[in-house]
Design a protein around this ligand. Structure first.
Ligand code: MG
Ligand code: MG
Ligand code: MG
Length: 308
């Protein structure tokens, strides 16, 4: 029986490339793993796959896993898993987020580290098992790490991540990896032709906070002023999304990777929770959070306690 390896809903590059890199390692170790995904790939991920000859090797879509053996990468929250995850056997988790609310009936393998990217954890696994990383997979892992760490600017980035990028770049034969990463962020920043709903679900994650569902989307862009004329439209869709998903709060982070901060948009049953979380006053349902680049390190840890 094959084991399915996949990342979170609304998959980002770490989720897709992680499914590929972890599956390859596990197969080298004698297991039978298939990389899959829970949703459509982003333009950024398509760019990465294309750069390294994987455009025709996109992991298959798989949104139901009852009765299957699975490895999870880049998440451990039930709200980011297939709805029937509790009927699957979780063999292992490889991640770099807070520990989520998934539990298991059987012992499992866990590689969870407070570092910049799940692919950095996978890199460490390759080293631990002394398995050689193929050139193409090394290149894709490198870009996944550069994406998650916002080219080393994110406060989640550690020395382990920068070292992994340098070594993976060597294996992949890429000299100017920062230039390639900038090209990747240009692709990621494109918003023309995208509907408000496309934008609001691009990097959307749901969290259960003490029985309250909180949705947080993040758009990482080179220049968020490109969305200035679309704020009302984005806000109106957030209101609709909050209703449809049964959320207590819907947040959108428009993260400007050059200005190094995020414009926070908020729709909530109790916006004072969000104001308290960041010690700010919302004006017109929004506020600029200087220096905030990371949802997992600078947003969720402050919002979650407001629900405890
Ligand atoms: Mg992710
Ligand atoms: Mg990640
Ligand atoms: Mg991210």
């Amino acid at each position: 029986m094959s084991t399915y390896v996949f990342g979170h809903t609304s998959p980002d590059s770490d989720s897709i490339i992680g499914a590929i890199s972890l599956s390859y390692l596990k197969n080298k170790l004698g297991e039978d793993c298939i990389p899959t995904r829970q949703g459509e790939i982003s333009a950024e991920t398509a760019f990465i796959l294309e750069q390294f000859g994987y455009a025709s090797k996109i992991p298959d879509l798989k949104t139901s896993v009852a009765g299957e053996d699975v490895y999870l990468i880049d998440f451990s929250d039930k709200a980011q898993a297939p709805s029937d995850i509790m009927q699957a056997t979780i063999l292992g988790i490889v991640d770099h987020h807070k520990l989520g609310d998934l539990t298991t009936d059987t012992p499992l393998e866990c590689w969870i580290r407070p570092i910049g990217c799940s692919n950095t954890v996978v890199y460490e696994m390759y080293q631990a098992y002394n398995v050689e990383i193929p050139k193409e997979i090394a290149g894709m892992m490198m870009l996944a790490i550069l994406s998650d760490t916002v080219i080393f600017k994110s406060p989640t980035c550690t020395k382990v991540d920068t070292k992994a990028v340098k070594e993976l770049a060597k294996i992949a034969g890429i000299e100017d990896y920062k230039k390639l990463a900038m090209d990747m962020f240009i692709v990621k920043s494109a918003t023309e032709g995208a509907s408000a709903r496309d934008l609001n679900s691009r990097d959307y994650k749901a969290f259960d906070m003490n029985g309250n569902k909180v949705g947080v989307n993040q758009l990482e862009m080179i220049d968020i002023s490109a969305l200035d004329s679309r704020k009302d439209e984005i806000y109106a869709d957030m209101v609709a999304m909050k209703e449809e998903e049964g959320l207590h709060t819907m947040l959108v982070l428009l993260t400007d990777i050059m200005k190094e901060g995020s414009q926070l948009l908020c729709v909530s049953d109790d916006a004072t929770k969000i104001e308290r979380a960041f010690n700010v006053k919302l004006e017109n349902n929004q506020v600029w959070l200087d220096g905030v680049l990371s949802r997992k390190k600078q947003v969720i840890p402050f919002v979650q306690p407001q629900f405890n």
